[in-house]
Write a protein that binds this ligand. Structure first.
Ligand code: SF4
Length: 747
């Protein structure tokens, strides 16, 4: 009996390739391309998309993307088209040569927060099993590792939001710290609008009056790098006014006395002097937060991207705990993850110190479990390696060859000029990407890989909701998936098995590797993800207890993680329903109690002085995404956001002598960037803002400070000292004097 081929579905339900909201969308085939069609059934965005998501198919077109491998020709020094076999062999040879000459740790691997769970898992396994190197980390280290560390310290478990976004409109007050949702994930703004429609209060903490801050009932604009003091000052007022929740503190927390004492040393007038936020505003914010029957604290990159990011997030968590706003319905602390798979990407093994399932690499039981799944000796697994910036800083010195997937550190790393130099100094660099990014331009081998709409895989959004992205069309001829790249390289390096190319098969292995760990995916299958609107982890296999039950887990910044947290197993063979809300019965610490962590204010790593008297803070704009490798290829987005700029207050502009649209030079101890001035009263007079999406003369990360948080190893993107100058004529941003990559042209 013959079977007619099944008709192609009219449209394929999937998710956006960009940010951590992971908006649902339908993709409808139109010839050889796809177009985005509204998908109203996905609850997170309910059909709404920002311009980036709506235009994402433009990057699928062959006009802007790589469609065949490139290998740098030894004679011409140019990247020339090559066959896949040649490119893979050159890559395997480059990695093998560095290892033979300098040892396994001379080979580095750098991943990305946009990689699917399957790719992140396979990349971590490839580094540790095939290359035997400890030197792997990823750009998600730049995104929210301080919040991850603070979550681990306080709650014993790191998941961005411990509750679904649908809870936000039903709390009484949201204290939003260092997040500009209106530009970074516009469809999420409706949760705040609905909060206000329901009578709730919105307090926004941001040095700039952003589009999100404009929605606030109360906007606090502290000097960048001082929100740790701000949180302590609010906690001081809460204590002084007798608004703490003593029963919650007594029953569900530890460490209060020391944390309380630290807060009492930050009295309002002192906090006003440190932050620039007036005492009346502090009092109003503390009152609004405490008057609400339930409240939430939501943080993002603002408090995290500091050399004291873990303590800063910890201070905001302390405020939530002291007021009883944690571990109960419609209240809590959460972090708004940034990158598309920022959450899942840090759970499955591409982070320097972690194994799949959010297990710790230095935990003998965790090593034994994962080594068992991988079929290797636990003793063969390397230990923890360097964090992202430290790895980039070691290139060309200790680390001589690098395999890089889904990241563009020439634009996105702090002190980017230095990082670019380190990349150039490598003996060998291979980059897998969809376009010829600024980092790929430096590579010895460029491997063109498939994109989100061309392959199936899972991501985990900011709520901890695991989602299925479905393949809607085939990649162009000459393009392979990242899993195929790893399969090919592993084969050439002597591992013919263990690196399947089918994402579902990889996910099956990931489930086993994560089973019993803090981020337990064992009960999640592609079939469930097709039938449900995502599944929240932890989701153990049927009959098994909730997360951390094996006692083998642990998240960054914690000594241990064990015990369930109200997530319990079904115990009856029924599929586990997943865990939308964490910590309702207990926190994931050994004693089930949340931990206050004693924190005190300290200065940014680079305070302003007479030579560099202004603070630079960096961030994003709505029409571009991260390093812009994809979004800068979309005409519509470039029309909306054509290039970098320097936002500064009219008083500062007058002092420097620049007018709206004129070029202004921003100079830090690490370099100089030039971009048009955008004069605005929406920013403090002592602060300038630059978006970081662009390379070249206006590259914001030329200026940023790589000072690292001691726990999370996250760089201080949000604060550095600069001075402003009127640029010389040759520094017109339209005609940069120093082209980005003059000596390594591409063929
Ligand atoms: Fe995509 Fe984020 Fe925009 Fe949603 S908000 S469409 S996930 S970039």
């Amino acid at each position: 009996m013959s079977h007619a081929p099944a008709p192609a579905p009219a449209s394929v339900p999937t998710h956006c390739p960009y940010c951590a909201l992971q908006c649902g969308m339908n993709l409808r085939r139109s010839g050889q391309t796809v177009e985005v069609v509204d998908r109203d059934d996905f609850p997170v965005n309910r059909g709404a998309l920002c311009g980036k998501g709506r235009t994402a198919p433009a990057v699928l077109s062959s006009r802007v993307r790589l469609t065949g491998p490139l290998v740098r020709h030894p004679a011409t020094g140019r990247l020339e088209p090559a066959a896949w076999e040649e490119a893979l062999r050159a890559t395997a040879d480059g990695l093998r040569r560095a290892r033979a000459r300098h040892g396994a740790d001379a080979v580095g691997v750098f991943g990305g927060g946009g990689l699917t769970n399957e790719k992140a898992y396979a990349l971590g396994k490839f580094a540790r099993v095939v290359l035997g190197t400890s030197q792997i980390d990823y750009n998600g280290r730049f995104c929210m590792s301080s919040a991850a560390a603070a979550h681990g310290r306080a709650f014993g478990l790191d998941r961005g939001l411990p509750f679904p976004l649908e809870d936000v409109p039903h709390t009484g007050c949201v204290l939003l710290v260092g997040s500009n949702l209106a530009e970074t994930m516009p469809p999420a703004l409706r949760y705040l609008t609905e909060l206000k429609d329901n009578g709730g209060t919105l307090i926004v903490v941001d040095p700039r009056r952003t589009k999100t801050a404009e929605q606030a009932d109360l906007h606090l604009a502290p000097r960048p790098g001082t929100d740790l003091a701000l949180a302590l000052g609010l906690l001081h007022l809460v204590v002084a006014q007798g608004r703490t929740d003593e029963e919650f503190i007594r029953e569900r927390t530890t460490g209060w006395e020391d944390a309380r004492a630290a807060a009492m040393a930050h009295w309002p007038e002192l906090v006003e002097r440190i932050t620039g936020v007036g005492v009346p505003q502090l009092r109003a914010a503390a009152a609004a937060f405490c008057d609400a029957p339930n409240a939430m604290v939501l943080t993002a990159r603002g408090p995290e991207q500091q050399s004291k990011g873990t303590d800063t997030v910890g201070a905001w968590i302390n405020l939530a705990l002291a007021t009883g706003n944690a571990g109960r319905p419609l209240a809590g602390y959460g972090c708004l993850t940034g990158q598309g798979n920022g959450q899942g990407g840090r759970e499955h093994g591409q982070k320097a110190d972690q194994l799949p399932g959010y297990r710790r690499l230095d935990d003998p039981l965790a090593r034994a479990h994962v080594a068992g799944v991988w079929g290797v000796d636990p003793d063969s697994l390397p230990g923890p390696g360097r964090s992202a910036y430290e790895l980039l800083d070691a290139l060309g010195r200790d680390v001589r060859a690098l395999l890089l997937m889904g990241s563009n550190p020439v634009v996105s790393a702090p002190r980017a000029g230095h990082v670019e130099g380190r990349l150039r100094s490598l003996d060998f660099l291979a980059v897998a990407d969809v376009v010829l990014s600024e980092t790929a331009e430096l590579a010895d081998v460029v491997l063109p890989v498939a994109q989100w709409a061309e392959e199936t895989g899972t991501t985990t959004n900011l709520e901890g909701r695991v989602l299925l992205r479905r393949r809607a069309l085939a990649p162009p001829p000459g393009v392979r998936s990242d899993l195929e790249v790893l399969h090919g390289l592993a084969g050439l390096l002597g591992y013919g098995k263990g690196f399947p190319t089918d994402p579902e098969e990889v996910f099956g292995e990931l489930r086993r590797a994560s089973s019993g760990g803090p981020a337990d995916y064992a009960g999640i299958s592609y079939r469930r993800l097709e039938e449900e609107q995502g599944v929240f982890w932890p989701c153990p296999e049927p009959g098994r207890a909730g997360q951390g039950a094996s006692g083998t887990g642990g998240t960054e910044g914690t000594e241990e993680t064990e015990g369930a947290s109200g997530t319990g197993g079904t115990g009856c063979g029924e599929p586990h329903p997943g865990t939308p809300r964490l910590f309702l019965d207990r926190f994931a610490t050994p004693d089930g109690r949340a931990r206050f962590v004693t924190v005190v204010h300290r200065e940014a790593a680079e305070p302003t002085d007479a030579e560099y008297p202004v603070v630079l803070t960096t961030g994003r704009v709505v029409a571009q995404y991260q390093s812009g490798a994809q979004t800068r290829r979309v005409d519509e987005l470039n029309e909306a956001a054509p290039g970098p700029f320097v936002q500064l207050h009219p008083q500062l502009a007058a002092r420097v002598g620049v007018a709206e649209g004129e070029a202004v030079a921003v100079v830090s101890r690490r370099g100089r960037a030039v971009a048009p001035a955008r004069v605005s009263e929406a920013i403090r007079p002592d602060t300038v803002f630059m978006p970081f999406h662009w390379p070249g003369a206006g590259r914001a990360n030329t200026l940023t400070n790589p000072a690292l948080d001691p726990t999370s190893r996250m760089p201080e993107f949000k604060v550095c000292a600069v001075r402003l100058e009127r640029p010389e004529h040759r520094e017109d941003p339209a005609h940069p004097a120093h082209p980005a990559h003059p000596e390594r042209a591409t063929g």
